[in-house]
Design a protein around this ligand. Structure first.
Ligand code: C2E
Ligand code: CA
Ligand code: CA
Length: 279
């Protein structure tokens, strides 16, 4: 029993220990994932609610693990954030997504905005603005075709710093949107002073639309708030016709969700863009 004890991490049950080993192993593999070209981007269309046209795509990263298959970002992004790897991964994502958008443009396909997620950790990196600038230079993508999605927590928890940083990013010409809007209870005065262009209604409220009541009220308020502040508004996680109709009635600008398309690899987006061009 004594020997057995030695091999155990203090205070851990065997399943917890297994979990920790998996995490450590996964983290060391993640270090090499970029150079081994195991990260891939999927893209999910963003649709203008009135015209039905694809106006943008959101880049969503996946890890094509050699043994475990496709690992979702919810599993490895937190690991990357804990280890600082998020800066390298974030740069890879931004660069790959920007290059992809430029490639579609070079093919003469209809213009779409490329939305890229930024993690809080990237936001704390003093070289963020420089990095975004470099990527735009390197890929030749116009900043008008790039959108950065930040979370509400970045916007509210950090105090004066984000405003200056967001302003610098906006000066590059990129669009800034607040992701998962409504989940972090930011004050109205805070939103008013943030230099952002767009609010993205959190999925939980969009899903709640079908049940009526409070979530409908929240979704409606976010849309009206955006309008009165002169911001555009997009709803994510739209899955049903009922949700879509409600959002249309409330004059939400854009929608994104499984009701239209799931995130998909680049060639499928290219095919969609070709179809739009033919119409
Ligand atoms: P998010 O930015 O809020 O992205 C939306 C998530 O909802 C995506 O999951 C997307 O696939 C999923 N989704 C889209 N439409 C629907 C729908 O109609 N119904 C439902 N149930 N889900 C829908 P995914 O791709 O697993 O990404 C999860 C999260 O991982 C993202 O949430 C984002 O926070 C993070 N993430 C993804 N890619 C990146 C990245 O490149 N960098 C950073 N920092 N985070 C990323
Ligand atoms: Ca997002
Ligand atoms: Ca979200």
């Amino acid at each position: 029993a004594k020997d057995q004890g030695k091999n155990q991490v203090a205070g851990c049950t065997p399943t917890m220990k297994q979990g920790i080993e998996d995490k450590t192993q996964l983290t060391s593999q993640l270090y090499r994932a970029i150079e081994r070209q195991e990260l891939v981007l999927y893209y999910q269309p963003q649709i203008n609610i009135n015209t039905g046209q694809m106006v943008g795509v959101e880049a969503l990263v996946r890890w094509q693990h050699p043994e475990k298959g496709l690992i979702p970002p919810g599993v490895f992004i937190p690991l990357a954030e804990q280890t600082g790897l998020i800066n390298a991964i974030g740069r890879w994502v931004l660069e790959t997504a920007s290059r992809q958008n430029k490639a579609w443009q070079n093919l003469g396909l209809p213009l779409v905005t490329m939305a890229v997620n930024l993690s809080v950790e990237q936001f704390r990196n003093p070289r963020l603005v420089e990095m975004v600038y470099q990527v735009l230079q390197e890929t030749g993508l116009s900043s008008a075709c790039l959108e950065l999605e930040i979370t509400e927590s970045i916007a509210i928890k950090e105090t004066t710093y984000p405003i200056a940083l967001l302003q610098q990013l906006k000066h590059l010409g990129v669009t800034i949107s607040i992701d998962d809007f409504g989940t972090e209870y930011s004050s109205l005065s805070r939103i008013k002073e943030l230099p952002v262009d767009r609010l993205k209604i959190a999925m939980e409220f969009v899903h709640g639309i079908d049940k009526g009541g409070k979530d409908q009220a929240i979704a409606r308020s976010i849309i009206h708030l955006a309008k009165s502040l002169g911001l555009s508004v997009i709803a994510e996680g739209v899955e049903t016709l009922q949700q879509l109709q409600f959002l249309k009635e409330q004059q939400c600008d854009d929608v994104q969700g499984f009701h239209f398309y799931k995130p998909m690899p680049a060639p499928q987006i290219e095919a969609l863009l070709r179809k739009e061009m033919a119409h």
